[in-house]
Write a protein that binds this ligand. Structure first.
Ligand code: AMP
Ligand code: GLY
Length: 431
């Protein structure tokens, strides 16, 4: 098969590596890709949001499979665009897209849509109400009467910054006004979801589905805050572990029964076309799982621990998804634990500098149980330099979680760039 992967982060490096290892992969392209994906195929100078450019490439290069990494093109409808037909009713391109349709991607693209979906299908989630400029005053009253903390969420995509947990009503009111009246997140905050705060421990579960069958391909716990002990600003993710020690068989069965199965049934009942990953962002409250959010893609850096543990051929899984044989596939997962720790540029998630030379990469590479995923790097005159906030994700595998974490940290300690920072406490609750 000829495969095109969209995206340019650590997630895409992990996906590119896995795709290239498939028996079914003949050629791999990544658009735009990064220095990591380049090792497994050809990077293309095509933007993830240039749907026409993507389709033209797919037609001209006889691409069979399009794997979409990030949410933005999915929420903007790349799935539907790739299925379009000409006046004669012929598809412009006749390949497989891994991702949901635009309608289904609203599960991530609109918090209000996803909350309503969960309500319709009795999927456990925090109680909520949504407000816009039209019922602005009612929203103020709702906030004033709400228990604390109260959670405010911009309805649309806000690059992970659209959720604010408020400890007092005055702050909540001001956040609410900023979101709706000052359009703090542009159109994304024209509508605001106000919801109950759930207290518990989070984890993410990853499923591949064709909208009727599904397979769980792994689960992980992400560390989102910049600072150790889960303090400071939210980031895209500073590290992950997999498996999550508390996600035992009984808990995962509960997740399947009360969350995954009703979600897939809901997609079917509402005819929401889906051929891709669902990322269930969950929180365990007492013994019970609740949905915090749906994402319509894999996570980053969750992919960097979930995919290295997945032993099943990923391209075969996509083919089974397409052929309706997903339920027959055996999912094999490495029994070892995986930990990934993300090295970021000083200043991230706010302003940071780029172009810092990275030392020690070659020395740190070469072990079977360590993988250095590139997130924001670039090659300038044969020198690897930083090119983003999240620079590298170093994944290690070992029998015990503790060993995996230690190995990841050891590897990172041999790598350096000016302003490099990483959390040394990934997995701390479980050690
Ligand atoms: P989201 O962008 O929906 O993933 O939210 C970002 C983070 O905010 C989540 O990972 C949680 O840590 C936190 N969060 C969101 N909703 C709630 C909630 N209802 N209760 C507690 N924490 C929440
Ligand atoms: N690491 C969180 C996400 O990918 O959304």
């Amino acid at each position: 098969m000829k495969i095109l992967l969209l995206g340019s982060g650590g997630r895409e490096h992990a996906l590119a590596k896995k795709l290239s290892e498939s028996y079914h992969c003949d050629t791999l392209f990544t658009a735009p890709g990064n220095t990591g994906t380049q090792q497994y195929g050809t990077n293309l100078d095509v933007s993830i949001n240039d749907f026409q450019g993507v389709r033209t490439f797919c037609i001209e290069h006889h691409i069979d499979l399009l794997v979409v990494g990030p949410e933005e093109p999915l929420v903007n409808g790349i799935y539907d665009f790739m299925q379009q037909t000409n006046e004669a009713g012929m598809k412009y391109w006749d390949g497989i897209v891994v991702g949901p349709s635009k309608n289904a991607a609203q599960l991530e693209g609109s918090k209000d849509f996803s909350k309503k979906f969960m309500q319709r299908h009795q999927i456990p989630t925090a109680a909520y109400a949504s407000f816009t400029a039209e019922n602005f005053e009612a929203g103020k009253t709702y906030i004033q009467q709400h228990s604390l903390p109260v959670v405010l969420k911009a309805d649309g995509l806000a690059a992970g910054k659209g959720v604010v947990i408020c400890e007092d009503h005055a702050t909540a009111l001001s956040v609410y006004e900023n979101m709706i009246q000052q359009a703090q997140f542009g159109d994304a905050s024209k509508k605001v979801v106000i919801e109950e705060f759930l207290s518990g421990i989070e984890l993410s579960v990853f499923v591949l589905t064709n909208g009727s069958d599904y397979q769980i391909i792994g689960h992980a716990k992400d560390y989102k805050r910049i600072g150790e002990g889960d303090t400071g600003l939210n980031t895209g993710g500073m590290g992950c572990i997999s498996p999550v020690p508390f996600a035992d068989e009984a808990f995962m069965q509960e997740v399947e029964n009360t969350i995954i199965q009703p979600t897939i049934k809901g997609l079917q009942e509402e005819q929401l076309e889906y051929n891709g990953f669902i990322f269930f962002g969950l929180i365990k409250v007492g013994q019970k799982p609740y949905v915090i959010e749906y994402n319509c893609r894999m996570g980053d850096p969750e992919t960097e621990v979930v995919i290295p543990r997945l032993q099943t051929d990923l391209v075969a899984l996509f083919a089974a998804m397409h052929n309706g044989t997903l339920a027959d596939v055996n999912i094999n997962i490495d029994h070892r634990a995986a930990a990934t720790i993300v090295a970021v540029s000083s200043g991230y998630p706010e302003k940071y500098e780029k172009n810092k030379p990275i030392q020690g990469l070659n020395e740190a590479s070469g072990r079977e149980d360590v993988i250095i995923f590139h997130a924001g790097t670039a090659l300038h005159n044969n020198q690897m330099v930083t090119n983003g906030g999240r620079v590298l994700a170093v994944t290690a595998l070992a029998t015990q979680l503790q060993e995996a974490i230690t190995l990841s940290k050891q590897t990172l300690s041999a790598i350096s760039f000016n302003g490099m920072y990483y959390r040394k406490d990934i997995g701390y609750e479980f050690l």
